[in-house]
Design a protein. Structure first.
Length: 176
């Protein structure tokens, strides 16, 4: 029953796209680890500890992330049509290696866009969590800081993932 809404595979596949290309490594590159995991975690922790909040811009953040999520669905359709074009052009045997490379590239873009869509849904939900009053709990300030830090982390991860998607789509469409 839960297999229909299981997003774990999308998340794992996204981080698998960060591995070094043509490498047998089972781990993502150190630079990508720092960029997508380390830096957002440090920056989010810093902002949360320093009590920087986004409460005044909460509705704008939710609206912006929701709009990006909708645009990403449209981009997913464009990428799917690119995948069909690559599979239809598979008749030319001379460019077989290039077509396989393009197919893998489009597959990775598809995974990254799917991850960004899932991330946008999670961000909207965690942003809504900041409106919950935790004053009845013993460690309400700690809970609030964790939620705010999580939001900053997810927003930075979304930003970097979105920039990666834009760069990859640009490369794909430029090299038609």
């Amino acid at each position: 029953m839960l297999s229909r809404i299981n997003i774990f595979k999308i998340i794992v596949d996204h981080f698998n796209t960060l591995k070094v290309y043509k490498s047998e490594s089972k781990y993502i590159s150190f630079r990508d680890f720092l960029l997508f995991i380390g830096f957002p975690a440090l920056f989010a922790s810093f902002l949360s500890i320093k009590n920087y909040t986004f409460e005044s811009q909460l509705s704008n953040l939710i609206a912006g992330i929701s709009i990006f999520g909708g645009f990403l669905f449209n981009l997913l359709a464009i990428i799917y049509s690119q995948l069909e074009n690559i599979e239809n052009n598979n008749n030319n045997i001379e460019d077989k290696a290039l077509l396989e490379l393009k197919k893998q590239f489009v597959d990775e873009i598809h995974i990254n866009i799917s991850f960004c869509i899932v991330l946008s849904i999670i961000i909207v939900l965690t942003l809504l969590m900041t409106t919950i009053d935790f004053s009845c709990f013993l460690y309400s300030t700690v809970i609030t800081k964790i939620i705010v830090g999580l939001n900053y982390y997810l927003l930075l991860l979304f930003l970097f993932s979105l920039l990666m998607v834009i760069n990859r789509v640009y490369i794909l469409l430029k090299r038609k």
